[in-house]
Design a binder for this molecule. Structure first.
Ligand SMILES: NC(=O)c1ccc[n+]([C@@H]2O[C@H](COP(=O)([O-])OP(=O)(O)OC[C@H]3O[C@@H](n4cnc5c(N)ncnc54)[C@H](O)[C@@H]3O)[C@@H](O)[C@H]2O)c1
Length: 256
């Protein structure tokens, strides 16, 4: 029970149904719930999210789903107000929602550029800004932002994604500095190539898959649980002296 008594809000967490391919948010929701947290799953895929929360409740967990488009200031306020009204505290925020539109620079439309920056950089900023006052009321908290290995090194396929994830990497460190004295820890997690609903179509192409496996020293792609287990450490009090850090979970990809 590493998160006993804690309240966790997760974005991009609708893919959380056991027996189906889970995303990082979905897998983290299961791990958090298993460790005793009350979990609030959010996403824009409402039907899937509702089913996922229902299944978690059926397994005996305290879980619910709420619609949250991370690019909307109003929706962030509504959801965090609802969490505070429901549970009276917010201890953990997993800022994890994401999109991906691989393109060469010359093929990146302004709409794609803005979508990447909005969902990733603006979404993480809005979530962090809205969560901080709620966490302060409880004496602190942990915010985990999903960046990527592509927020550390360049992406051969997705410069706009890489720019957006890079923004998360350094925003995380700056915010961590500003709130360290208030016991609000803010860290980023940097997954390598992993099988999730977001990547399923692209990574299931055998030729693409082989290239990604060849780039990964450990010789396999990651799973959502590989990432969720790292996120659990950052969410729990076991990481109580960790803030502004980059947790890389990539099978060794960025070590080379
Ligand atoms: N899978 C990988 O290889 C990989 C690697 C590095 C980083 N990531 C990042 O991990 C995060 C989770 O992705 P995943 O791979 O687990 O896939 P996923 O499909 O489970 O998660 C992405 C979720 O974000 C949701 N979403 C998209 N736009 C949104 C918005 N505006 N508001 C709220 N929710 C929105 C989607 O509906 C989806 O459920 C993303 O930020 C992604 O960029 C993934």
């Amino acid at each position: 029970m590493r998160l006993k008594g804690k309240v966790a809000l997760l974005t991009g967490a609708a893919a959380a149904i056991k027996g189906e391919l889970m995303g990082f948010g979905g897998a983290a929701a299961h791990v958090f719930a298993r460790e005793g947290a009350k979990v609030v799953l959010t996403d824009i895929r409402d039907e899937l999210g509702d089913r996922a929360a229902e299944a978690l409740r059926a397994a005996g967990h305290d879980a619910r789903y709420m619609h949250l488009d991370v690019t909307s200031e109003e929706e962030w306020t509504r959801v965090i107000d609802a969490v505070m009204a429901m549970h009276g505290r917010l201890d953990i925020l997993f800022n994890n929602a994401g999109v991906g539109f691989p393109r060469k620079v010359e093929d990146i439309t302004l709409a794609i550029w803005e979508q990447e920056l909005n969902v990733h950089a603006k979404g993480v900023f809005l979530g962090t800004r809205t969560a901080i006052p709620a966490m302060r009321k409880g004496g602190g908290g942990s915010i985990i932002n999903t960046s990527s290995v592509m927020g550390i090194v360049g992406s051969p396929t997705s410069p706009a994604y890489s720019a957006a994830k890079g923004a998360i990497t350094v925003f995380t460190k700056s915010a961590a500095l500003q709130y360290a004295k208030e016991n609000i820890r803010i860290n980023s997690v940097h997954p390598g190539y992993a099988d999730t609903p977001l990547t399923e179509q692209r990574f299931n192409d055998p030729a693409v898959r082989q290239v990604l496996i060849d780039r990964t020293p450990m010789g396999r792609l990651g799973t959502a649980d590989d990432i969720a287990n790292g996120v659990l450490f950052l969410a729990s009090d076991e990481s109580s002296w960790v803030t502004g850090s980059e947790l890389v979970i990539d099978g060794g990809m960025t070590a080379q």
